[in-house]
Write a protein that binds this ligand. Structure first.
Ligand SMILES: [Zn+2]
Length: 104
C-alpha cells in the first residue's frame, strides 16, 4: 500500500443496502447505498467549478442498489448504481469522509 491506505476488503450487502469496508488498520465502515449514491462527486452530480450540488436527491430511489463495482488503480472504486449512474469514482479518502459524516 502507498500513502493512501486502502481497504483490505469491500463487500456489498444488498439485502441490507450497505457497503461494508474493512480498512488496512482493521477499522470497519458500513455505508448505506443511498448515502453513498448521494455523495457522488462526479461532474454530473456536483458542478466541476462551483462545487454546487446538481443532483436532486428526490431522483434517487430509496431502494437503490449496487449493480457492479470495479477498482480504479489502488485509490478508488467505481460503482455502477441500479439507477444507471456509473460515472462516480469514490476514492478511499472520500469514502472515509462519507463514513465520518463529513460529506460535502
Ligand atoms: Zn455522479
Amino acid at each position: 500500500m502507498n500513502s493512501e491506505q486502502g481497504p483490505k476488503d469491500i463487500k456489498a450487502k444488498r439485502d441490507e443496502g450497505v457497503l461494508i469496508i474493512t480498512w488496512a488498520d482493521a477499522r470497519v465502515d458500513r455505508l448505506g447505498f443511498r448515502d453513498l449514491r448521494l455523495a457522488c462527486g462526479c461532474a454530473g452530480c456536483i458542478h466541476e467549478f462551483t462545487r454546487e450540488p446538481l443532483l436532486d436527491p428526490d431522483t434517487v430511489p430509496l431502494d437503490i442498489t449496487i449493480a457492479g463495482m470495479s477498482l480504479v488503480g489502488n485509490y478508488a472504486i467505481q460503482i455502477n448504481w441500479s439507477d444507471g449512474h456509473d460515472t462516480g469514482i469514490y476514492t478511499w479518502t472520500r469514502i472515509r469522509e462519507v463514513a465520518n459524516g463529513r460529506a460535502e
